[in-house]
Design a protein around this ligand. Structure first.
Ligand SMILES: Nc1ncnc2c1ncn2[C@@H]1O[C@H](COP(=O)(O)OP(=O)(O)OP(=O)(O)O)[C@@H](O)[C@H]1O
Ligand SMILES: [Mg+2]
Length: 390
């Protein structure tokens, strides 16, 4: 065998998750052959261990008569802006995790998540959306990927992709129409699996569409990964604002920096004359934003095309980029990106330091961990959890 034969044989090795081979991608940088020993130098684009493992398995299979030595050059994982001082970060390849939350249901969280994610991707960011609304996953429909098969690589699932955004949702993993009753521990497991068992690429931003409220899902997420920013979606009525306060308070308790508030369904733009009329009251969120020392990312009108885009899987920001609404989503994405870029490292000592995910601080086990932590902290010794107490 000569070098050309080896290259030919390597044509059969696909880069994990793609249909192109490692040769076509140009990832094979050098091949050295001495007798039956062959050293292959590869530059790969992923830091995920699974990718390297898969190649270590597949390359020798393509060259069964040689002793193969593989050297991998991988990109360095960028330092994460972390508010996780517990050392818990199950997706280190993701630079920023943005939690989209609301005090109550039906205010437009999923719609906002989808359009903000696409707007961010349109501005050149590598973006993913994780639908963590395990009770009512509707991101797949809104992004037009419902019914698509999920590809499995090794023991992980590959996200789907639409409009330049990677997508994963319980909705594509469960049968359509299937109802699951989620209880505390199951919720935690499901959320963690949606992070850990999905082949997320290196992303600039992963938007997480949360179930409404401030429950187990939110807490699990904050305990499992550093959350760089929280976005609160609300409608402008005062009753909705009361619920929003709960959601904003939750961000504060979890030490999640608040990127801003999206005031959704704030007024109506007449499709025939383009005049904007106030229905639920607009601008009420400006005061709320001041109260929480944050900004309003956008005032988004009630617009039939937003709803239609959601129902048909054709998001307005992508299909009608010139509309007033699309421009407001783009501006909101701009503000979010500016906030993420300007933000230094954030910490979350109060909530994350000592409790492993899934252990409630109030449980007997939680109390024990807390007491041990306090004792070690007071003695000046490190508690060994990586919580930053020492
Ligand atoms: N600005 C808007 N104008 C018109 N319709 C909208 C607007 N925002 C959201 N909608 C529609 O309102 C409905 C609820 O929105 P969405 O599903 O995004 O809310 P949600 O907060 O995610 O709800 P849930 O709490 O049930 O997950 C959807 O049909 C959506 O298309
Ligand atoms: Mg939703």
């Amino acid at each position: 065998m000569n070098i050309e034969d080896i290259k030919k044989a390597l044509q059969s090795v696909k880069y994990p998750g793609f249909s192109k081979s490692i040769i076509d991608f140009g990832f094979v940088k050098d091949i050295k052959l001495e007798a039956d020993a062959c050293t292959i130098l590869l530059d790969i684009t992923s830091t995920a261990k699974e990718v390297e493992d898969e190649l270590k398995k597949e390359i020798p299979k393509a060259l069964p008569n040689l002793n193969i030595n593989m050297i991998f050059n991988k990109p360095k994982v960028e330092a994460q802006k972390s508010n996780s001082v517990s050392g818990q970060n199950i997706v280190p390849q993701i630079k920023n995790i943005v939690m989209v939350s609301s005090g109550k249901g039906g205010v437009g969280k999923s719609t906002t998540t989808v359009n903000l994610a696409i707007a961010s991707a349109m501005q050149g960011k590598k973006v993913g959306v994780l639908d963590a609304d395990i009770y009512g996953p509707n991101i797949p429909r809104m992004m037009g990927v419902n019914g698509q098969e999920v590809e499995v690589v090794g023991n992980k699932a590959k996200p789907l992709n639409a409009y330049g955004v990677d997508i994963m949702s319980m909705g594509v993993l469960m049968k359509e129409g299937e109802a699951v009753i989620w209880r505390g521990a199951m919720i935690m497991k499901a959320i963690q699996q949606l992070l850990r068992d999905i082949l997320w690429e290196e992303l600039d931003i992963l938007f997480i569409d949360m179930p409404p409220g401030t429950g187990d899902a939110q807490l699990t997420l904050a305990q499992s990964v550093p959350v760089s920013a929280g976005i609160n979606v609300t409608t402008p009525q005062h009753v909705a604002l009361d619920d929003s306060r709960r959601s904003l308070d939750m961000f504060q308790k979890l030490h999640i920096p608040i990127a801003g508030i999206v005031e959704n369904m704030s007024g109506f733009i007449c499709p025939s004359c383009n005049t904007e009329s106030d229905i639920f009251g607009t601008g009420t969120c400006d005061d709320l934003a001041k109260e929480y020392n944050t900004q309003v990312l956008a005032h988004l009108p009630i617009e039939p095309n937003i709803r239609k885009g959601g129902d048909s899987g054709k998001p307005i920001v992508y299909f009608e980029p010139e509309s007033i609404t699309a421009k407001r989503y783009m501006m909101a994405a701009d503000k979010l990106i500016a906030m993420l870029d300007s933000q230094g490292e954030v910490t979350n000592e109060a909530i994350q330091p000592i409790m492993p995910a899934g252990v409630s601080a109030c449980s007997t086990e939680g109390q024990k961990i807390k007491a041990e932590h306090e004792a070690k902290k007071n003695s000046g010794e490190s508690c060994g959890t990586g919580c930053g107490c020492h």
